[in-house]
Design a protein around this ligand. Sequence first.
Ligand SMILES: [Zn+2]
Ligand SMILES: [Zn+2]
Length: 295
Amino acid sequence: MQPSAIGQALLAIGDQWTLLILQRAFLKHTRRFADWRDELGMSESVLAGRLKEMVAGNLLEPVPYRNGRTRLEYRLTPKAIDLWPLLVSIWSWERSWVQRPHPLPELVHAGCGRPADVELGCTHCGKAPVAARDTIMTRQENTNFGHVSSPRLHRKTVREVRDDALSYLPATMEILGDRWSTVVLAAAFMRYRRFSEFELKLRPPPSILSDRLRRFTELDVFCQKGGEYRLTTKGQAFFGVYAFLVDWGQRWYSGPPGSDVAINHTACANVMTPYLRCTSCHEPVSRTGIRWNFG
Ligand SMILES: [Zn+2]
Ligand SMILES: [Zn+2]
């Protein structure tokens, strides 16, 4: 069976290297093979593989340029550009929840000129911040993540990347950089609680499921109590990233009938279309209305 839209979105971006390639393209306008290779310290074969997948997935568009001879550079497609609030939400979560040896770049909101953080809001009624507990998530009968298990997913894809101000830390990558982890987290936001529920609905290889649940507990993203795995405050705070993943995934992919997920904002009873608001001036933040200070 074809996976749901969110399952397809996870296949496209739930990977450490893909996220880092996108992040550099957004923050540093990286477009060329050699620049990503040098920035990220990636092996050429891994980078070439990811770029190829990202072109096939309509996230990057190859454009020829001349530099002595004709070469290719890769530009973000509109579909990839649409991921900006998800990447900013990852930044915001790391800023609050992950201890880092190097501080993250600072976000400056052009609207008010101040360094700020962002918070999740509901476009329909304007209210922010909106937390997971302010929403109701409903999944339809056919919501599934089938075929998330491509061969690559059976390997642990999280590995050391260069340690600098922009690198996502291992903790973040264990949550987002491995598709099974992201699937388990998504299921937690859908209120799956018990091992048997995760197993029945996600059908992961059992050893992978126990491994991810154990790691999430060690990372203080889940707490285990009475045979149930529940999101901690730190895990709940990942809701901003999740809300944008659902929004993006369901706008850019379509799954089989009845496989979508709906997040409803309880206060206004509308389907949640998320936006980001500046914590300093409380105005909405747009992609072009932010600057990054690298210190
Ligand atoms: Zn609302
Ligand atoms: Zn502001």
